[in-house]
Design a protein. Structure first.
Length: 108
């Protein structure tokens, strides 16, 4: 990818069903764009993290609203019960990735 906007626009997850991705993609792209990733690689990593988190949130019937999803309580719940619970590496990655990828710079 040559730039961050292109990386965000062209991102398509491999493990999220297309019907779910279609429903959450605009929200995920908006969150990652607001986070202002520094490189195309960082944008792709954030897209992956936020997409998985939002797919889980949709399954949990949570509204796709930043103020609801990107809170310590919701992120901790995802860490504990989201995809692949009980795998320490996955939990720590989800926890660290969930707090900042969708927050604008300067926000937790």
């Amino acid at each position: 990818m040559s730039d961050v906007p292109t990386a965000i626009a062209l991102y398509a997850p491999k493990k999220i069903p297309p019907t779910i991705w279609t429903a959450i993609a605009p929200f995920v792209r908006g969150c990652v764009t607001a986070a202002q990733p520094e490189s195309p690689w960082a944008a792709i990593q954030r897209m992956s993290t936020v997409a998985r988190f939002c797919a889980w949130a949709r399954e949990e019937h949570l509204p796709l609203e930043r103020e609801v999803l990107f809170t310590p309580d919701t992120i901790e719940r995802y860490v504990l019960v989201g995809p692949r619970p009980g795998v320490p590496t996955a939990r720590s990655c989800r926890r660290s990735g969930g707090r900042s990828p969708a927050a604008p710079p300067g926000h937790p």
